[in-house]
Every structure is written in C-alpha cells, then in structure tokens.
Design a protein around this ligand. Structure first.
Ligand code: NAD
Length: 404
C-alpha cells in the first residue's frame, strides 16, 4: 500500500508469485542479488564506538561477529502470521536469504494456503488458522513467528506467539500504544523469547550511513533533521482507515519512519514536541488523520521537523549539521536510494532489504546471541512513546512534553 505510488524499474516481476496479491508492483526486487548489507565503505569502528558511547541507537552494530558465528547448515524456520501484501515482500526476502526459510504460515483465508504451501513446500501441520495458531507451541519446525497483521492485531499475536515459546518479529508500528508495547515486551521476557520489530532500514546501507554521520558528528553536531514521507491515496476502504485496526493514519503507517530517522540520526530521545493535524480534504478520513506535521526537540538542541500524509507524495530526509549537510531522497521506501553529503554523493550497495534484515536477525538467533537493542521491542516502545505524544499534542492543539 505504501510504496506502490513510486514505481521504479525492476528486473523481475512477481506476477507468478503465489505469495503476492495480483496487480501490485514489485519494488524492492530491483535489489535482488541477495547481497548482505555489508557496507564496506562504512567505518564499522565508528558504529561500535557509537554503540558503546551512547548506548542509544545504532544500526547493524555487530555484523561481523554475528555473521562469523552463524551456523550456515541450520536455517531459522519462520512462520509468517498474516499473508497480505507485506508478507509477500518478506516471503521473497526470505527466499533470497541465506539463513532463513519460510517453514509455516498462519492465515484466515483457506484459498491462500494452497499457493503458499506449494511455493514453500509446507506440510499441512505447519499451516495454521488464527483459531489453531496456539498449537504452534508443539511444532518443532517453527523457531520464530513474524507477525505481519494489521497493527491492531500485533499485540495479541505477539503475546500468543511468546506464550507458544516462539521468538517473534512484529511489523511496525509495534502496537497501537506505548502501553501495549510494554505488555508485549513483558510477555516475551516472561516467556524467554526474543522480540524484534521489523525495522528493515536498520540494515540498509544508505540509512546506516545517515545514522553514522549524525551519531558520530562527522559534520559536527546535528542542528536540524527534516523528514517527510507521504503518498497519495485516492480511495480508503481497508483496515488502514479503521482506527481500531490501524491506530491512526499516515503517522502510524509511514510517519513512524520519520520519527525513527530523527532518533537514529541524532542518537537521542526527544524531550519536547509540538504537532498539528493537517486539514481533512476527502471523505474517507473519518477515523484517522489525512496528514500531520510535528517538531521534536532533542537534549542537544537539535530540532526535527517532519510531516507525513496520505494526500501528497514525498520521501526524503535532510540533515543540517554545524559543518555540513547530508540527505537521502528517496530515503525510506524500498529503494533504490539516492543520497549525498556536503562532500559528495553516496555510493552504497543496493540490497534486498527484507533478505538482509532476516539474515541479520537469523545469524544472531542461530548463534544463540541476543538481538541488538536497535531493533528490539524497547526500540519499538520508544517510537510509540513519541507517536503517542505527537497525537496528544496535535489533539490538544498545543505543546506536549514527552515522558522521561
Ligand atoms: P495487508 O492488508 O496487505 O495484509 C494484512 C493481512 O492480515 C491480510 O492477510 C489479512 O487477511 C490479514 N487479516 C487478518 N485479520 C484481519 C482483519 N481483521 N482485517 C484486515 N486484515 C486482516 O497489510 P500489509 O500492508 O501487509 O500490512 C501488514 C503489517 O505490515 C502492518 O503492520 C504494516 O504496518 C506492516 N508493513 C510494513 C512494511 C515495511 O516496509 N516494513 C510495509 C508494509 C506494511
């Protein structure tokens, strides 16, 4: 739904994919090649230093270690829970990955089951409905459940997956509220399973570079982050427009990436916000916002100015630092990305974002390691704290302070 409005040339279509609804454009597969997101031009030492120094946001912070210790013989066995549009992208990414395989599915639509079973050679016993899902607890073929359902269903299915003893990845936004995120984190901790949020950009070289330049103050302290992500929707009849299932409009769906970018570029958590809903110009925005803008102030004094919309197309992140600038546009979609700084253009590998993300997570879990903080449930919670506060400030038409 998000990125269909920004077609790019692809080397392969997915018309034949059993995993994807017909008629959608394949975007990220321009990246196919299965290359790992090993951004060799990036200085890993800078990443590690940032991790140790701030303990805040760091993207892909221990790649070498994780890869070296991964057992290539064993693959992480993933059950996709929800077989909609993005599950199709994930399935293609997993098919390209080295360390994962689609080993199971959870779906409420029996007609989808056959195609997925054929594509991934899934036995009946690895295919669940939402009603039979809890039986996954006794299935040794499944290591991890990837929850790719409407946002309002994330909490229930993460908690049920954890109770079944399975590691969990949940799509963004992690849940509808910060309090729901806290419950999910507690459930996974109690069950002793890993919980990650599907933050694909944390393994994407152009976005990793933005984080490195900002956190390491390569152009001096960050002064301003401007980010905008929007696309125009001309009809509105699916779950995204129902607040109980989406939690909100473009802020929940795509604006969350702007919140993320501001946090991982500054390496800080905001301390104050202002926010404003945009005008409602079309009838299908009854329950959710059509657009929203917000401003975050960080402890260093950096300001982030962001907007997101279902009425306009934009995709960019621009950072002004004391001694220079750096920017991406496109910045957040499935790529390919384009970026530059005041010293020249960026040239990084084009990656299959979903394959790289899944391989990085699998490498850690297969080697018995702990997932890095920057993709953890706590990271998802931090975004939701900010988003809760943005909505609150916009609704009050005034300023909001973030909880410390
Ligand atoms: P989708 O509508 O294409 O798929 C949703 C799936 O949930 C469908 O298979 C549907 O049958 C199932 N479902 C079960 N109960 C449902 C209900 N009550 N109402 C509606 N659907 C129900 O949505 P999607 O675009 O695949 O999004 C799923 C999740 O993935 C969302 O949380 C979204 O934010 C996230 N997402 C992430 C990215 C990314 O780039 N990381 C991109 C797109 C979507």
């Amino acid at each position: 739904m998000i990125y269909e409005k920004k077609p790019v040339k692809c080397t392969r279509s997915y018309e034949n994919s059993t995993a994807r609804p017909r008629g959608e454009k394949l975007l990220h597969e321009c990246n196919i090649g299965g290359a790992l997101a090993t951004n060799k031009t990036m200085q890993r030492r800078d990443f590690l230093k940032a991790a140790m120094g701030t303990g805040v946001v760091l993207l892909n912070n221990q790649p070498g270690k994780a890869w070296a210790s991964a057992k290539t013989a064993k693959k992480l066995q993933v059950a996709l829970c929800g077989l909609g549009r993005y599950a199709g992208y994930l399935a293609d990414g997993i098919a390209e990955s080295r360390y994962c395989r689609v080993a199971g599915i959870v779906t409420g639509t029996p007609s989808k089951k056959i195609g997925w079973q054929q594509r991934f050679e899934l036995p009946d016993k690895n295919c669940y409905s939402y009603e039979t899902f809890d039986q996954i607890a006794t299935n040794k073929d499944i290591d991890l459940v990837y929850v790719v359902l409407p946002n309002g269903m994330h909490k229930e299915y993460v908690i049920r997956a954890a109770a079944a003893g399975k590691h969990v990845i949940v799509e963004k936004p992690m849940a509808l509220t910060a309090d729901d995120c806290r419950e999910m984190i507690a459930a996974c901790r109690k069950a002793g399973v890993a919980l990650a949020v599907g933050y694909r950009l944390h393994y994407e070289p152009y976005n990793q570079e933005m984080a490195r330049l900002g956190q390491n103050k390569i152009f001096g302290p960050v002064e301003q982050v401007e980010s905008a992500l929007g696309y125009r929707l001309d009809s509105g009849d699916d779950w995204h427009f129902k607040k109980a299932l989406s939690g909100g409009g473009p802020l929940m769906n795509i604006g969350i990436y702007c919140v993320q970018a501001a946090r991982y570029i500054t390496g800080e958590e905001p301390v104050a916000i202002t926010a404003q809903f945009g005008p409602v110009t079309r009838p299908f925005f009854q329950e959710i916002e059509e657009s929203i803008g917000w401003q975050l102030r960080f402890p260093s004094g950096a300001i982030a100015e962001s907007k997101t919309s279902y009425g306009e197309n934009y995709d960019r992140v621009y950072v002004q630092a004391k001694n220079g600038f750096f920017e991406l546009s496109p910045a957040i979609s499935y790529g390919p990305f384009k970026g530059r700084s005041s010293t020249g253009a960026f040239h990084f590998p084009v990656t299959n974002q979903q394959a790289v993300q899944m391989d990085a997570i699998a490498a850690v879990l297969l080697s018995g390691g702990q997932l890095p903080a920057h993709i953890s449930g706590e990271e998802g919670l931090k975004d939701m704290i900010v988003i809760d506060a943005i909505y609150k400030a916009a609704a009050n038409d005034g300023r909001g302070m973030l909880p410390r």
